[in-house]
Every structure is written in structure tokens, then in C-alpha cells.
Design a protein around this ligand. Structure first.
Ligand code: UD1
Length: 380
């Protein structure tokens, strides 16, 4: 019995690292397939090094493209790879195009799919990731969710309860396992940065592909950087748009840098007085770190980070962003750990999948086909 774990883009690597470790610890045979959606050293290999991830067993090298081209290229390449390799189940994480493409290929071959980080919904179908989430969850056999709101979303979409396993947040496994090493990062001294400072990450098309939104948001960042220095590791998509807008030159308090490694990023994030972001994972990490987070979006698929954490949705209005930054710099926040965000999520997933493997082997030994619905219950 063999599990194929799929990863394609930067946030996926953070999620598969603890998963592969724990699946292999149960004795399961696991191959890691990297689709190549992200391919730059800073967006891909550097995370493998920082997370102690073994080199992938395959790299499909699909690269960039429109949604249709990228999704189609992953589908063709993954199907071809599966034609030549054994597989009994496929494990996907997150909501990127690689997650969708590999899920579709697997289920159409009759391979059961486990989706980690299932059930998150922004209820905004203009967001490409929301389309990916809804489709992946509809056809996956095991839905591993990070929080109760995700369970409720799946149930309201008619997903049978026996497919849903609330296991906690897998990014927190990587975060807690890496904090000590991140503390030793020299990034702050390399950048000449000392507290207090703020950290910025922006890469969503809804913001950075729209100059009417992105221009005023950058002006707000410039204003905030007169209160507290801001460091902004710039995603390749954002860099391209900054260049196109002629906005690539740093203002005095706003330092633009190239994308940085996972440990360097954690160091900056954990020491920041304020984070401004449109990332999903960073809303979760700041909650666990107790760092005030302003999310420059109109919705979030991670409401638990607002209800129980340090996150605040501020939208795109520059005045609202400035005011929220002033509030956040004046206030205090405490680290929060929503239920099961405890660093043991991968263990819970491995327990379910390895038990399913034993059951499937027993069934195939007596000639019974493996059902799509799993009934194994999880002892957290
Ligand atoms: C993708 C995910 C998004 C995730 C983000 C994390 C989808 C639909 N989106 O968005 O959910 O939050 O990754 O970063 O899957 N590029 C490079 N080098 C790289 C990778 C990308 O230069 O290593 C550039 C290319 O010009 C590419 C652009 O970035 O066209 C966008 O990359 P892509 O993977 O299509 O989407 P992201 O914006 O990174």
C-alpha cells in the first residue's frame, strides 16, 4: 500500500513536511510528488532545506501559466506519472491549482484522496482557491479539517459526517517544530532591523493585480512605515506588478526584499509588532505567535483567527488600514491556540490513514473492494 503526497506551491511544503514524517513513522510507504507549480529556489528548494523535507520522488516541472494551462499541465503530468508508478491513495493539502489538478486525476482513476485543510470557505467564488476548495472537498474520501467552522461548512454542503476528521492545523506542526531554529536566524541583523518593526506580505491577485487597489494600499504602507519600519518580502507575482506600476523603489521606512526562507520568515514574523498580509497561512501563524495581524482582504476562510486569534479583517481602504495599524501598534495581543492547534495534527492524520490502510489490506485479502467512505474514528 502506497500513499502519494502531492505538493506544488510554497505553502504546501510547510504542510507536507510533518505529514510525510508521520506517515513514514507508521510504516506506510510514501512518495512525494512536487508538481513544480513553484520553482524558484526561494519559493521551493529553500523550504525543503529549512523544513528538513526529503527531496521529492518526482518533480513534474509544470511551472507557471494561466489557471487552465497550469491545472491542465499538472493533470497531464500527474496522470502520466501515475501510469508508471504504484499508488493506493493520494494525499493533497491546501487549495492551490496543484491540489485541484491532482485530486481530479486521482479520483477519476478510482484512487481515494485525503484532503488536508478541508472545509475552509471564504464564500467568495471570485477567489480561485475557493473554487479549488469546493471541488476538492466534494470528491475526496478523507476530509481533515483544522477547526469546527470547517466541519460545519462541509456538513452544510452535504458531505457525509463519516468522511470528516477534525485534526487541527498542520501548519502549526511545522511552526512549533521550527521556532527554536528560526530564533537563530540572522535575518534581523542582516537587514539592520530591530524591534519594533512590521512585516508585510501581499500576493493575492484580487489586490496586487488591480492597480486601483494596490496603489492606494502601497501609499497606506508608506504612511505606516513612518510610524514603524516595515519589511516586505515580495512574492514574484507582486514584484512583477510593482515593476509594471513603477512602484518598485523602496520608500524610506518600507524595505522591499526578495522572498525569504521559512526560518528567516518565522524569525521576522515572531518578532514583529504588526503583520499586514493577504495570506491565509500567515493569519494562522500570527494567531499562534500572538502577533497582531491585519488582513488586507474583504473576507477570510479562516474565521477562527478572528474569533479566537489576533487577526482583523481590514479590507483595501487605505484609511481603514492606517487606522487599524495605529490601533494594533498601541494594543497588546496574546498567543492563542484554537483547539487541536497543538503541533500533533500530522500524527492524527497518520493514525487515520494508516488504520485505513490496514482495513483496506484486510478487505482486499478477502476480495472486498475499498469503499469511498471511511468509517475509522479518530482518537485525538
Ligand atoms: C499560488 C496559489 C495561492 C498561494 C500562493 C502562495 C493558486 C491558484 N494560487 O499563487 O493560493 O497562496 O501560490 O505563494 O494555485 N512565480 C515565479 N517563481 C515561482 C513561482 C511563481 O516567478 O517559483 C511567478 C510566475 O510569474 C507566476 C506567478 O508568480 O506566473 C504566480 O505563480 P502561481 O503559482 O501561478 O500563483 P501564485 O500567485 O504564486
Amino acid at each position: 500500500m502506497k500513499a502519494i503526497v502531492v505538493a506544488g506551491a510554497r505553502p504546501n511544503f510547510v504542510k507536507v513536511a510533518p505529514l510525510i514524517r508521520e506517515l513514514r513513522a507508521t510504516g506506510m510507504e510514501v512518495d512525494l510528488v512536487h508538481t513544480g507549480q513553484h520553482y524558484d529556489w526561494a519559493m521551493s528548494e529553500s523550504l525543503f532545506v529549512d523544513l528538513g523535507l526529503p527531496a521529492p520522488d518526482a518533480n513534474l516541472e509544470v511551472g507557471s501559466g494561466s489557471h487552465a494551462i497550469q491545472t491542465a499541465k499538472v493533470m497531464v503530468a500527474f496522470e502520466d506519472w501515475l501510469d508508471r508508478h504504484d499508488a493506493d491513495q493520494v494525499v493533497t493539502v491546501g487549495d492551490v491549482n496543484s491540489t485541484l489538478a491532482c485530486t481530479l486525476v486521482a479520483v477519476k482513476r478510482g484512487l481515494p484522496v485525503a484532503h488536508v485543510e478541508a472545509g475552509l470557505r471564504s464564500f467568495d467564488r471570485t477567489m480561485p482557491e475557493e473554487i479549488n476548495r469546493v471541488i476538492v472537498d466534494a470528491v475526496s474520501s478523507w476530509l481533515f479539517t483544522p477547526s469546527s467552522d470547517a466541519d460545519e461548512n462541509l456538513i452544510s454542503e452535504g458531505i457525509p459526517r463519516e468522511r470528516i476528521y477534525q485534526v487541527g492545523n498542520i501548519m502549526v506542526d511545522s511552526l512549533l517544530a521550527s521556532l527554536e531554529r528560526a530564533e537563530r536566524s540572522a535575518i534581523c541583523s542582516d537587514l539592520g532591523l530591530s524591534a519594533p518593526y512590521g512585516l508585510v506580505t501581499l500576493h493575492r491577485p484580487a489586490l496586487v493585480d488591480d492597480p486601483e487597489r494596490f496603489g492606494p494600499v502601497l501609499e497606506a504602507l508608506h504612511d505606516i512605515s513612518s510610524l514603524v519600519p516595515l519589511v516586505f518580502p515580495v512574492h514574484p507575482r507582486t514584484r512583477a506588478n510593482l515593476t509594471a506600476l513603477g512602484l518598485g523603489t523602496p520608500a524610506s521606512g518600507l524595505t522591499l526584499i526578495d522572498p525569504i526562507g521559512y526560518l528567516d520568515f518565522l524569525k521576522l514574523e515572531s518578532g514583529a509588532s504588526l503583520v499586514l498580509t493577504d495570506s491565509g497561512g500567515i493569519q494562522e501563524e500570527t494567531t499562534v505567535l500572538g502577533v497582531p495581524c491585519l488582513t488586507l482582504r474583504e473576507n477570510t476562510e479562516r474565521p477562527v483567527t478572528i474569533r479566537e486569534g489576533t487577526n482583523r479583517l481590514v479590507g483595501f481602504d487605505p484609511d481603514a488600514i492606517r487606522a487599524a495599524a495605529v490601533d494594533a501598534l498601541d494594543g497588546t495581543s496574546n498567543p492563542q491556540r484554537p483547539p487541536l492547534w497543538d503541533g500533533h495534527t500530522a500524527e492524527r492524520i497518520a493514525k487515520v490513514l494508516s488504520r485505513a490502510e490496514v482495513e483496506a489490506e484486510a478487505r482486499s485479502a478477502v476480495g472486498v473492494a475499498m469503499p469511498a467512505d471511511r468509517t475509522a474514528s479518530i482518537g485525538a
